[in-house]
Design a protein around this ligand. Structure first.
Ligand code: CAA
Length: 447
């Protein structure tokens, strides 16, 4: 079977930042450590006045195409994954293609364009669609451009306001990829859930605590489903485990559950038995309540063991680096978790070629998907080419009043009675310029 996977990746952050412990927490009357230690976040990225899901996606895609020396003729498919679309009919991919056609010779008339929706898991689903299209031999030697782009904003005052973010990840899916090959094995946990949704509204209706429970339940099912095709997985099978990261504290909870599952009935469980006992088995308890209480006690103890701490620090913690600095990017979130992990690998000894990542995606509503990816020869050059550190360093640091203005600017239905000036100057990028006669959004490239 042909090797198909992610050949290249580019990350584009919104150009503004909100400092959560220092700017947001005092306004909410919260202890800053709720953000840094509890949620695990330092900053959120926000789009400047002239940025949106199209500009961020198109800017990421342009850098990717330039770096890989691609022309529109090389791309046979453009799929955008987003939960921030502003149009129920015309897909964001058409806007992005329109932007790119302003700067390249040739056009994307031959390219199949679409938009993928299933909350945050849609980015991974779009990668899957591209994979299947190539494996089916329908791609005529062309690659697919997948762009996960979101402005993850919550209504002012919603608890989710602490976990906002804005950014895009562009990925080139191709044969003989330079970055990672995707596994054919996949596991799913999918169920009709009402935890986080946007029924014809821009900002989500969220049941925050329930959304966390649903995340954990669907992830567990996806892991079991994955194992049903791959066979039981072992702790040392994977170099890193990038998860969908709405905020790092969520991944901390998911990682502990995953660890408990993976070590069950292994020498790792045996090795910990003297210190914390063996894992409770349901059949040993009189009722479900007693069993769940025993599980909670086991998990509390497991969390404090050196073995778990060492595994977490090596396999999971490195996936959270970018998320701490940018917040939730919804569809892009698991893809920046992968990038964070590989940035960590750059600093570690070893080649990593042939090593595997266990990638755990998730979307509310709700579906988890788990698959494996194998690092390819060119992974190091691909990750070294990222300029995300420069982007993050250059972000404009919003004051509280400025944050309130920026939130208003990006609220579609808000009638602003005043003009909000941009905070940064566009430089060699696509920008939003206003609305056209059919209420379409319009864009230009600024040199
Ligand atoms: N020092 C250290 N830790 C502190 C602290 C302090 N001073 N104060 C609070 N904390 C801890 C809390 O104990 C808690 O951690 P635990 O869950 O481990 O106990 C954490 O900080 C957060 O505090 P709260 O639970 O009090 O926070 P909250 O109720 O204000 O909101 C939230 C948290 C529910 C996640 C909210 O931000 C939210 O609704 N977010 C949006 C929904 C979301 O992201 N859900 C995640 C799963 S769904 C998904 O993944 C899809 C998606 O992208 C949206």
């Amino acid at each position: 079977m042909t090797a198909v996977g992610i050949d290249a990746i580019e990350i584009r952050s919104g150009k503004l930042k909100l400092d959560l412990p220092n700017t947001f927490a005092p306004q909410k009357g919260d202890d800053p450590e709720k953000y840094t230690k509890g949620l695990g976040l330092q900053n959120s990225s926000f789009p400047d006045v002239y940025e949106d899901i199209v500009t961020m996606g198109a800017n990421a895609a342009k850098r990717l195409m330039d770096r890989k020396g691609l022309e529109p003729a090389d791309i046979g498919r453009i799929d955008v994954a987003t939960e921030s679309a502003f149009d129920h009919s015309k897909p964001v991919s058409t806007y992005i293609a329109g932007c790119l056609e302003k700067v390249y010779d040739g056009d994307f008339r031959h390219a199949n364009k679409g938009e993928r929706k299933f909350a945050c898991v849609a980015g991974t689903q779009a990668v899957d669609d591209a994979y299947n299209w190539i494996q089916a031999g329908r791609h005529r030697d062309r690659a697919a451009l997948v762009i996960a782009t979101d402005t993850a904003l919550y209504a002012r005052g919603d608890p989710g306001e602490a976990t906002q973010g804005a950014g895009a990840v562009a990925m080139l899916i191709d044969e003989d990829p330079d970055l990672v090959e995707l596994s054919t094995h996949q596991g799913y946990g999918s169920m009709d859930e009402t935890d986080f949704l946007k029924p014809n509204q821009q900002f989500p209706s969220v049941d925050g605590k329930r959304s966390m429970q649903v995340y954990l339940s669907r992830m567990r099912e996806a892991l079991e489903d994955y194992e049903s095709v791959s066979g039981k997985i072992h702790l040392d099978d994977f170099a890193y485990a990038p998860f969908h990261t709405p905020f790092p504290g969520m991944v901390r909870k998911a990682a502990l559950l995953a660890y408990r599952h993976v070590i069950r009935d292994t020498e790792h469980e045996d090795a910990l038995a003297d210190a914390i006992g063996r894992q409770p088995r349901e059949e040993e308890y009189e009722d479900r309540e007693a069993y769940e209480e025993a599980i909670r006690e086991y998990m509390d103890a497991l969390k404090t063991t050196e073995e778990y701490g060492a595994w977490y620090d090596e396999v999971v913690e490195p996936t959270l680096g970018l998320s701490r600095e940018v917040g939730n990017w919804y569809t892009g979130s698991v893809h920046i978790a992968r990038a964070s992990a590989l940035r960590d690998a750059l600093d570690r000894e070893g080649e990593f070629v042939g090593e595997t990542l266990l990638v755990a995606s998730y979307g509310s509503g709700a579906q988890a998907e788990i698959h494996a990816e194998t690092l390819q020869e060119g992974w190091r050059a691909e990750i070294e080419a990222l300029d995300i550190d420069d982007q993050l360093d250059a972000r404009y640091d919003l004051s509280w009043d400025e944050y309130e203005d920026v939130h208003d600017v990006h609220e579609y239905d808000k009638d602003l009675d005043r003009e909000i000036e941009e905070f940064t100057a566009p430089d060699g990028e696509f920008v939003f310029t206003g609305w056209g006669r059919m209420n379409e959004r319009k864009y230009e490239y600024v040199e």
